[in-house]
Design a binder for this molecule. Structure first.
Ligand code: NAD
Length: 260
């Protein structure tokens, strides 16, 4: 099958959580498409078992422009400083709020501390990542785009991650609410909802994810677990002019899991 090509030459794309997994694939795809990429992560080193070169260095090795910023997205002051830092590269044109953490706990066992930690990274990170990036775009007169990473859990219940699902439901509503209020300023806000993707977000995830497939044991997933690369084009599409009439949308990229 063919592929849609993208050209983000002259644009600056900030990807949070870009050191590993989905964020890394997204950062590399934007770098390959000509963007200057800023990877904002708490850790420079990739967690992925088969990766060693930090994302920004790999973008450069592939002929692109990229930088790394050590940022904890749960701290709004650090996110504000990140957006300021991106001005060194011309300012944020596309903000991908992707950083996330996951813990596995039964609903009855989730503590306030665990809830706050996961909510802080996933929901507060996306909220203020959207707010600060949009503020900067508006100030610079740029019709920029925000793409948030939510999850299939934003719309479907499943076992042992009610607190995580709550954060991803929040990201979906941040996306919709911000899209409404920022549309008059020319800023679009969308989200991608991945299903199971083979990353290291939780220990053993890759092995677990690889168990998905058309084996009859996982009827809730029509296709299979994804590789991070299979998510990247959705971000490029939503950030591109090809999606100029799309805002407030959460695009399921989940192997069809949401239809079950
Ligand atoms: P990952 O663990 O491979 O990557 C997450 C990245 O976020 C890491 O590089 C990590 O260092 C970074 N990060 C964590 N806390 C941070 C913080 N406070 N500030 C900045 N960076 C931080 O996981 P992934 O699977 O690539 O997850 C990426 C996003 O996709 C997350 O938001 C996750 O919730 C979401 N998601 C993943 C799956 C999946 O199956 N892997 C499914 C649905 C949604």
């Amino acid at each position: 099958m063919g592929r849609i090509s993208a050209d983000f030459s002259g644009e600056t794309v900030v990807v949070t959580g870009g050191s590993s997994g989905i964020g890394r694939a997204v950062a590399l795809a934007f770098g390959d498409a000509g963007a200057t990429v800023v990877n904002a992560d708490v850790e420079e080193r990739p967690k992925d078992v088969d990766a060693e070169t930090p994302t920004h260095k790999l973008v450069r090795e592939r002929g692109g422009e990229a930088a790394y910023a050590e940022v904890d997205v749960s701290d709004p002051a650090e996110v504000e400083a990140l957006v300021e830092y991106a001005r060194e590269f011309g300012g944020v044109d596309v903000m991908v709020n992707n950083a996330g953490v996951y813990t596995k706990s039964r609903f009855r066992d989730v503590t306030p501390e665990e809830f706050d930690r996961v909510y802080g990274v996933n929901a507060r990170g996306a909220f203020f990542g959207t707010q600060y990036a949009a503020e900067d775009m508006i100030e610079r007169g740029v019709e920029g785009v925000v793409v948030n990473t939510t999850s299939d859990t934003q719309g479907r219940a499943s076992w042992d991650h009610s607190h995580y699902a709550a954060t991803k439901g929040a990201v979906r509503m941040v996306t919709r609410s911000a899209a409404l209020e920022l549309a008059p300023e020319g800023v679009r806000v969308n989200a991608v909802a991945p299903g199971p993707v083979a990353t290291e977000i939780r220990e053993g995830w890759s092995e677990e994810a690889s168990a998905f497939g058309p084996d009859g044991e996982t009827p809730s997933l029509p296709l299979r677990a994804a590789t991070p690369d299979e998510l990247a084009d959705a971000y490029l599409y939503l950030a591109s002019d090809g999606a100029s009439y799309v805002t407030g949308e959460t695009l399921w990229v989940d192997g069809g899991g949401h239809v079950c």
